[in-house]
Design a protein around this ligand. Structure first.
Ligand code: ZN
Length: 465
């Protein structure tokens, strides 16, 4: 570079700065720094430094374990949540009773492939939540394999007296596993009804997971008053592959299924609430929550122990930083998300004189590293403006549309809904199975999820929506 060195150098610096700025804008819309950036960093330091999220989850899964609605463990979970909120000094800690279904899996759930030569092969199955039992001696019948309800209907009488095997895998080519789940889960939810319409004697469904292993995944299913109830179970993906291969080889096999599940009258459970009261607009409420119940498999660590811990930790972190919000932030541990949504429904239906819900934020997608928030209209644009601060907690995307099952009833009343979206590639490896245990949770990822929920709750409580 010729001429006066200093002048050239400053021009050189200017060009470097300019190109850097252009570069970052094209890469990621570097947001305008906000005065919440430093708070976001303080929240992250507290979340990671204390490692309290993991300690709290450990406390829940060790002291309570899996906690299906209506079970004694579920009642323990309600007490655990209340005691934890009181111990952490939340305000107005209380229970809101709600009646929930009581379904009990029982001790018998087994299936065998019976070969014509008498050989038996065990299949790993779990009863689906809500299923009826088989007779004590079980159900033994031939099997028809289908990949859709349309295919089943097209079989006509061929399914009569058979076990209907629904074997359409979750589409693993999709970027988000939740999309794959939504595309396959109707087999679990409605398989029993469709099997009964086709004259089937039982239904068996490929587990909702992209992972090939021998762990079956349970989950909710439903019956219809218009047709007989048939026993229904999920089989592991390894078992599904084996069964399908034998059927394709034209082997004249039969399936024997034994289930001892039972449904009982509803029992009382509760939503558990605790708050940081607003200083300026206490009547305006930001709900932050997850569901306290889990399936009776594994420990319910990711589903939804992580979401409950995220919500409780969010308030604890803000308290530990000496922060009291302008609007009330209310942590809600929703009852009965897995098989009835009674908690979310009851929460939204409850009359709350003088209160106005301005937002509901849910975490129910596991304790993995936070990546994004899904935001329902009309809140999307407002939340987008907080992108700068959100980056400090690992959130690099704000996407249109979001919420969560438990806050759905509130959203249907017009309350804006936000859902935490963590990295999702491993969620369905563990979802609703014995694999959903705390050793599958990374301390730092869980803590960052709490930090993301804490920051979002604070931003909404301070800025409104
Ligand atoms: Zn869940």
């Amino acid at each position: 570079m010729k001429g006066k060195p200093v002048k050239h150098f400053s021009r050189f610096l200017f060009f470097v700065a300019l190109s850097l700025a252009t570069l970052s804008l094209t890469l990621g819309q570097t947001p305008i720094p906000s005065n919440y950036d430093s708070l976001a960093q303080a929240i992250v330091r507290e979340a990671l430094g204390s490692n309290h999220s993991y300690a709290l989850l450990n406390d829940l899964v060790i002291k309570v374990g899996n906690r299906l609605s209506g079970s004694p463990a579920n009642a323990k979970a309600v007490a655990w949540a209340r005691n934890t909120m009181e111990r952490l000094g939340f305000e107005n800690v209380r229970l809101e009773p709600v009646m929930v279904p009581k379904w009990v899996r029982g001790n018998v759930e087994e299936a065998f492939i019976l070969h014509p030569d008498g050989k038996q092969e065990r299949l790993n199955i779990v009863a689906l939540g809500g299923s009826i039992a088989t007779p004590n001696k079980g159900i033994t019948a031939g099997v028809v394999e289908v990949k859709s309800f349309e295919e089943l209907r097209s079989l006509g009488a061929a399914a009569k007296g058979k076990v209907v095997f629904f074997n359409r895998p979750m589409d693993r080519t999709l970027m988000t596993t939740f999309a794959g789940y939504s595309g396959a889960v109707n087999q679990r939810g409605r398989g029993a009804v469709e099997a009964a319409y086709a004259g089937g004697v039982a239904a068996i469904v490929r587990s909702m997971t992209t992972r090939l292993d021998d762990v079956p995944h349970t989950g909710g299913m439903g019956y219809a008053d218009t047709v007989a109830k048939v026993p229904t179970a999920a089989v592991s993906t390894v078992g599904a592959e084996r069964l399908s291969a034998l059927l394709k080889e034209g082997k004249n096999i039969r399936l024997q299924i034994k289930l001892s599940a039972q449904s009982f009258p509803d029992v009382e459970s509760a939503n558990v609430l605790g708050e940081l009261r607003g200083t300026e607009k206490p009547e305006e409420v930001v709900v932050i929550g997850g569901h306290l119940d889990s399936w009776d498999k594994g420990q319910g660590a990711h589903d939804d122990g992580a979401g409950c811990v995220h919500a409780i930790e969010a308030l604890r972190i803000l308290k530990s930083l000496g922060l009291q919000p302008k609007r009330t932030i209310r942590a809600v541990m929703f009852a009965n998300e897995e098989n009835g949504l009674r908690g979310g429904t009851a929460y939204a239906a409850q009359e709350r004189l003088g209160e106005k819900h301005i937002a509901a934020i849910e975490s129910d997608a596991g304790g993995f590293a936070p990546r994004a928030f899904g935001v329902s209209e009309p809140a999307y644009e407002k939340v987008l403006a907080w992108a700068s601060a959100l980056r400090f907690v690992g959130i690099d995307r704000v996407q249109r549309g979001g919420g969560g099952a438990d806050i759905g009833p509130l959203m249907r009343k017009g309350v804006p809904g936000l859902g935490l979206i963590p990295e999702g590639h491993r969620y369905f490896d563990y979802h609703h199975s014995d694999s959903d245990t705390i050793d599958k949770v990374n301390e730092r990822e869980l803590a960052l999820g709490s930090a993301a929920m804490a920051l979002m709750a604070w931003l909404v409580a301070q800025e409104g929506l």
